[in-house]
Design a protein around this ligand. Structure first.
Ligand code: CO
Length: 294
């Protein structure tokens, strides 16, 4: 018999309403001010609106270096285009895991003609040794994301990581990420093993989730980030109207973080170099990004 150490809730982050890109209204679940507590994760944005004025200005041409961006759509879509001619659309239920590596120049434009637009973008830091590597895209259409239904009635979409015999379509050796979209019916329990030492968080999308960790019970409403302390398992339970959350884990990189807007490196000198290259026009180091889309 094995005994597990259930992780306590260490912090619940409220997030802040922010204007980003060319004027996109969004909820920043966490970002700059929390580094390095969420290592290897840097930032997560949640955009959710029925008003096109909140998002159609989009995120026109901008660079990235040294990070991965993970875009996951629930409703509406995001048109994506980069400076080397790669383009596509991220539709409801799809994910795009973009490895900027040495550099990508792209734009991301949310699209919806009516109704709700809702999605997320998570930034995952890259290790120093890989920051200047070949850029790549992994576009994963919804039907390639395994959907698992547990005995407790939970339904879980496995974008990254492993659940039972289901393996998510995104792998990454550096941070060994888990990214699940978990929907629980009223009062249903959720339990997951978590590698000790890894960073574990849950971002509540809707409803309410409750933690019954050993030291305190906590009820958390929608649009909050629950950051867990260390341990080898997480236990949550849905509130009386059910709950939906993104469950995210990763191995910390424990490297210095130097951050300028969409570029995240290890030193200020590397940031200055990137900015000089942007000005000079030699920011792009590799040819077209590798397309690993399914
Ligand atoms: Co971008």
């Amino acid at each position: 018999m094995t005994t597990s150490t259930i992780r306590n809730v260490s912090t619940v982050l409220d997030g802040t309403d922010t204007l980003e890109g060319a004027g996109v209204r969004l909820r920043r679940a966490f970002g700059h001010d929390i580094v390095p507590r969420l290592d290897p994760f840097l930032l997560m944005d949640h955009f959710r609106s029925r008003n096109p004025l909140d998002y159609t200005a989009g995120f026109p041409w901008h660079p990235h270096r040294g990070i991965e961006t993970v875009t996951y759509m629930l409703d509406g879509s995001v048109d994506h285009e980069d400076s080397l001619g790669h383009e596509g659309s991220i539709a409801p239920g799809d994910i795009q895991w973009m490895t900027s590596g040495s550099g990508i120049l792209h734009q991301e434009m949310p699209r919806r003609t009516e109704g709700l637009l809702e999605g997320f973008q998570l930034w995952v830091n890259m290790p120093a040794r890989a920051k200047m590597s070949q850029p790549a895209y992994r576009g994963v259409p919804s039907h390639h994301i395994p959907a698992v239904r547990t005995d407790d009635g939970a339904s879980i979409r496995v974008v990254a990581g492993t659940l039972g015999d289901q393996k998510g379509p995104v792998q990454n050796e550096a941070v060994d990420p888990t990214y699940w979209d978990v929907t629980l019916p009223a009062g249903a329990p959720f339990e997951a093993p978590t590698p000790p030492g890894h960073t574990v968080l849950a971002y509540t999308v809707g409803g309410r989730v409750e933690s019954e960790s050993p030291e305190a019970s906590t009820a958390v409403g929608a649009r909050r980030t629950i950051l867990f302390g260390d341990g080898d398992a997480v236990q949550l339970r849905a509130g009386p109207d059910g709950g939906r959350f993104l469950f995210v884990m990763g191995r910390p990189l424990r490297e210095p973080v130097a951050w300028w807007g969409p570029i995240v490196m290890n030193s200020d000198a590397q940031l200055r170099e990137a900015i000089t290259e942007l000005r000079r026009g030699d920011f792009i180091k590799h040819g077209a990004p590798v397309d690993e889309s399914l």
